[in-house]
Design a protein around this ligand. Structure first.
Ligand SMILES: C[S@@+](CC[C@H](N)C(=O)[O-])C[C@H]1O[C@@H](n2cnc3c(N)ncnc32)[C@H](O)[C@@H]1O
Length: 262
């Protein structure tokens, strides 16, 4: 049998950008945190890239309202541990998996003699009706149902607008951010364009998730007051373009720093 060694240096050239990756470990680190997997568990490497995009700061409150197995908030609680994470899902089994994954990491840390505590809480909730105060969250970071293995494309047409509105309610106007992953790009773009300027799309990073071409959307919560009608927003801020974009799509990137190792 022919043995093909894993590449040691990866060069990714995209337009004017070059990213060089160097293999530091023999094995991929994409499963580094998760012991209890679900049907759509995200790779830790992709979770890290998503977290890096939103630049967590000390004492930020970071929410994953559709946490599944908790891969994103767990990665955050380990790697960006001066922020505090709240992980929730409406599916009992998902919440249990998240709790088990957290306990597993805490035990691993205790066995190594390091402090076991992680800055993370887990809740069962419906994302469309979060038990969270208005304007109290700094960053929302989540992997939305693509409508393939999880949920359905048809349900996304109701789910996406409801969840973007509820996320806009809890996120701090003017400074809050969201990093959202989805493959259902059409539904997502339509939903954003109907948010009355509550969110502004800053840029999109294209990633490969299990062979599916998906977008990681970095959004900024504008200063628009939640609860105002789109007409009110137009009066106070002037028109926003249909996609809520700050810049053209030329800002969209295919960053290998996010996808590498995924
Ligand atoms: C794509 S999965 C997230 C996978 C997760 N990132 C992981 O690594 O395991 C989407 C999650 O959204 C949850 N979900 C769907 N509708 C929801 C709702 N209305 N409220 C809360 N969670 C919801 C599903 O139960 C599912 O766990």
């Amino acid at each position: 049998m022919l043995y093909v060694p894993a590449p040691q240096v990866l060069l990714n050239i995209h337009n004017v950008e070059v990213v060089i990756g160097i293999a530091l470990t023999e094995e991929s680190l994409h499963r580094r945190n998760i012991s209890h997997f679900g049907p759509t568990t995200l790779r830790s490497t992709l979770c890290y890239g998503m977290l890096r995009l939103c630049k967590p700061q000390a004492s930020d409150i970071i929410l994953d309202p559709m946490c599944g197995t908790g891969a994103i908030p767990l990665e955050g609680a380990i790697e960006f541990n001066s922020s505090f994470y709240v992980a929730g899902d409406n599916y009992d089994m998902a919440v249990n998996r998240t709790v088990n994954n957290i306990c597993h990491i805490q035990k691993r840390r205790a066995d190594k003699g390091s402090a076991p505590g992680l800055p993370i809480d887990t809740v069962r909730w419906d994302l469309c009706n979060l038990p969270i105060r208005t304007s109290s969250v700094d960053i929302i970071i989540t992997d939305m149902p693509f409508g393939k293995r999880m949920g359905s494309r048809k349900k996304n047409w109701d789910l996406y607008p409801s969840c973007l509105r509820e996320m806009a309610r809890v996120c701090r106007p003017g400074s809050g951010k969201a990093v959202l992953l989805t493959q259902d790009k059409k539904c997502f773009s339509k939903a954003i364009s109907r948010m009355g300027g509550l969110w502004r799309k800053l840029h999109t990073v294209w990633v490969n998730v299990g062979g599916l071409h998906a977008g990681v959307y970095l959004l900024k919560r504008t200063g628009a007051v939640f609860g105002q009608t789109p007409e009110d927003v137009y009066e106070s801020r002037g028109p926003v373009n249909a996609q809520g974009d700050e810049k053209d799509d030329k800002d969209d990137k295919e960053l290998s720093e996010v996808t590498s190792g995924v």
